[in-house]
Ligand binder design. Sequence first.
Ligand code: AHG
Ligand code: MN
Ligand code: MN
Length: 334
Amino acid sequence: MTHHNKTLGEFIINKQSEFKYSSGELSRLINSIRLAGKIVNHEVNKAGLVDILGNAGGANIQGEDQQKLDVYANEVFINTLINREIVCGIASEEEDDFIVIEGRNGKNDNKYVVLIDPLDGSSNIDVNVSVGTIFSVYRRVTPEGTPVTIEDFLQPGNKQVAAGYIIYGTSTMIVYTTGHGVNGFTLNPAIGTYYLSHPNMIFPDTGQIYSVNEGNYVHFPQGVKDYIKYCQQEEGDRPYTSRYIGSLVSDFHRNMIKGGIYIYPNTAKDPEGKLRLLYECNPMAFIAEQAGAKASNGVKRIMDIQPTELHQRVPFFCGSKNMVEKAEAFMQNA
Ligand code: AHG
Ligand code: MN
Ligand code: MN
């Protein structure tokens, strides 16, 4: 097989005809995201050196205030997309409101909006654990050439045209879908090129890993408590293994390769759960489904939820098909 020699750039050109509205706009958009990913990757890799390189007084060598990496990542992605005039609007987990992008002559003919979690798992940065970026792309619903409105962002996940994540891990990868399966590319940092390393990724139908923050057990709904006990029972291929990194991107990525389920349920404390529908759950759900897996809020398909607000949270059950169905059954019977 020669696919390991294929770069992301070549892959995008070859696949362009598969894109729904093949004007090249979506290709350019993904290109911008992979570029921003390289810049953020460089900064994330230096995270442990911050104090040595001059963070002592809160300012770096250039005299600029040292930024938190999630704020930095947010600016890199937003600036990259704005400067290249490649989308008409952006919504970010780090911004209160969505951003309207006016074209240079006051007119913006781009069709797509991007929703982004610029740095996911950011609390893991200080301890050298993998973090990620999650993105989601929709075609706008309001007329082209006019400023985007909230309607363009509050679309159900089943309207996504592309979604993906970048994982800044032991190696840096970009994994994405445009609705024709899922492909993963690994960055060769020496030359700054991503290579197709994981063509046509498939989520195993079942697995033996469950990923949930069990510290919150007492606050979980009964169905989730029952499912966790089921995972721990000795029978057949159980007990399962528990793995929880606390970075959704990393937990999802491992589960997609090995087979497993990720759960962030609603709790007594957070009745809607913690994860955001638009920046985290929908894009992960799209990737999961494209790889043959499932994503649910415990009762219904994540991608069929009609969002009502930008920063909406939802309970999230995502992973191997059989495992999610089992967890849903426990939710229904509780
Ligand atoms: P973010 O860093 O973007 O705020 O997201 C963190 C999320 C997600 O990545 C992770 O799975 C989850 O929060 C972990 O939450 P707990 O620490 O409550 O388990
Ligand atoms: Mn996040
Ligand atoms: Mn984040």
